[in-house]
Design a protein around this ligand. Sequence first.
Ligand SMILES: NC(=O)c1ccc[n+]([C@@H]2O[C@H](COP(=O)([O-])OP(=O)(O)OC[C@H]3O[C@@H](n4cnc5c(N)ncnc54)[C@H](O)[C@@H]3O)[C@@H](O)[C@H]2O)c1
Length: 255
Amino acid sequence: MADAVQKVAIVTGAAQGIGRGIAAQLASDGYAILIADIRLEAAEKAAAELRSAGSQAAAGQVDVSDADACSAMAARAVEQFGRLDVLVNSAGISKPGPSLEVSPADWQRMIGIQLNGPFFCSQAAGRQMVAQGWGGAMVNITSINAEAAFPQRAAYACAKAGVTMLTKTLAIEWAQYKIRVNAVGPAHTDTEMTARLVAQGLYDLETVQRRIPLGRLAQVQDVANAVSFLVSDKADFITGHALYVDGGYLAYGYW
Ligand SMILES: NC(=O)c1ccc[n+]([C@@H]2O[C@H](COP(=O)([O-])OP(=O)(O)OC[C@H]3O[C@@H](n4cnc5c(N)ncnc54)[C@H](O)[C@@H]3O)[C@@H](O)[C@H]2O)c1
């Protein structure tokens, strides 16, 4: 029997938070992982942890808002591991602010990282997958803010809504290459990003938990489980879909 092929996944923003949890899950699913993050040292630490748990992992520095850097990232994964099967776009920032005061630079930065980033990374990975010829799977981490508005998050929410449409567009365009493209949209998740928003007084955790029918924040593992499913063969006929991991948040319309 031939040796099983080791599939390769890039996870952006994987030095911490949701991306890191996804990288750990995909590593335990058997993927070799490129941890791609703007913070190289933190990415190297995360990759070293995966290696010490017995997985194949490497770190690469990328600013996802830079298209050339995204191309270099895809090339790095292939140079390191020989192929590319999965891309997860999780890199992101959050910078709430009153819409009357948001500067053009802050608006552009948010759109650059949260919307241009997933497109540039998907384009780079898509070019590699098309050249390989056997397809692949991509998951974009969007948010409940793609569907539900919060105050002071105009650029963030517009970027996430854009990511949902990017997901659908790439899914139907690249179906011919057997590249599936889906999105996962978490509710408030227990990460450093949320901790920062709580510290800034922008979230009251008790209120948030009361608003979520299942009564708690999303955990990183909840999100990682959804990604693990969507990139797997079990989701072979699912593409262009946004799966909300939100404890019922978006369904809830009572008060
Ligand atoms: N935390 C939440 O409540 C929540 C909810 C819904 C969606 N999301 C989304 O999930 C994703 C991950 O969020 P998180 O909570 O893990 O955030 P986080 O701040 O904990 O981690 C984000 C990671 O992205 C990296 N990053 C930032 N800018 C980058 C860039 N230009 N290029 C490459 N890497 C960059 C950071 O270094 C960091 O490691 C984001 O897209 C976020 O919008 C988060």
